[in-house]
Design a protein around this ligand. Sequence first.
Ligand code: ADP
Ligand code: MG
Length: 321
Amino acid sequence: MRPLGEFEIIREFFEGHEAGRDDIAIGVGDDGAVLCPPAGKDLVQVVDALVAGIHFPIGLSPRAVGHRALAVNLSDMAAMGAKGAWATLALSLPDSDEHWLADFAAGFFELARRHDVALVGGDTVRGPLEIVVQVTGFVDHGKALRRSGGSPGDAVFVSGTLGDAAAGLRRLHRTGEANPLAQRFLYPQPRCELGQQLIGWASAVIDVSDGLAADLARLLQASNCGGRFCLHDLPLSEALTNVCDTDESRYLALHGGDDYELLFAIPADRVTEFERIAPNLPTPVAKIGTLEEGDAVSWFDDGTPVTVAMTGYDHFDRAGD
Ligand code: ADP
Ligand code: MG
């Protein structure tokens, strides 16, 4: 069978996925997309590049790659409190493998449909496997959440559980078999609804992609704060603590990465009220500490001070070479 050409790939796999949206005047097929932003909203734009062998293991299920390519962008959207609307997809492919493309598209569009995100354009080229997805979304004018709004006294919360994806990836490497923890790595669920509901509550938000320690350091730096945090309060799943001891579970929660949870600050005078409504949020949240004046970061384990390196994954960090 003749391999598909560029235009056949686009027509077969990437055209006609507009998720029923009525704000697209021109989608895939012309030189550019023409989009109709709603009045009174600010546009929020995010982009993420995924390189095979760096951001995901070579040979990872194409369905999981398609899901991840969109999920990491929607997680950034969630951290801004925004709702994703339109995506573009630049694909560099070593060959036009139809099975790979079909599974990739299935993973991408399953998530896109769930979040009402339309694919409105892209580019398809031959080269090493790499995927760049850009998403544009909306937030009420002036309401976008940011990393920099935290103040001393704010309580710090994190959603869901941490460390599962990293533990799952390790086990996937070791056994080659999918396992419940690996699902957290393969199919991260961006916390879009939670992010939108944090508008009006959170003073600062970041999504946890490089590990809690590293992303917490970014939120603290942006907010000009230090803080005190408790290892004991890190939310760990039973699935994780069943296969890892406490130290390893906490290590993965702090430094593992790929969690795609939201880390956020709630002003001191609203914490009680927030904790009252928290059970109704779409994702459980756990309080892990408090922002403080200055830039010192202290960690405690049941009241005992402990040392935690505030680092995580860094693409340009050569220390491990
Ligand atoms: P041009 O050469 O003018 O840049 P292309 O031939 O690359 O246009 O693309 C034709 C149309 O197909 C454009 O609307 C483009 O946005 C869309 N497109 C190309 N690749 C993809 C893709 N991977 N996903 C979605 N749309 C794509
Ligand atoms: Mg053109």
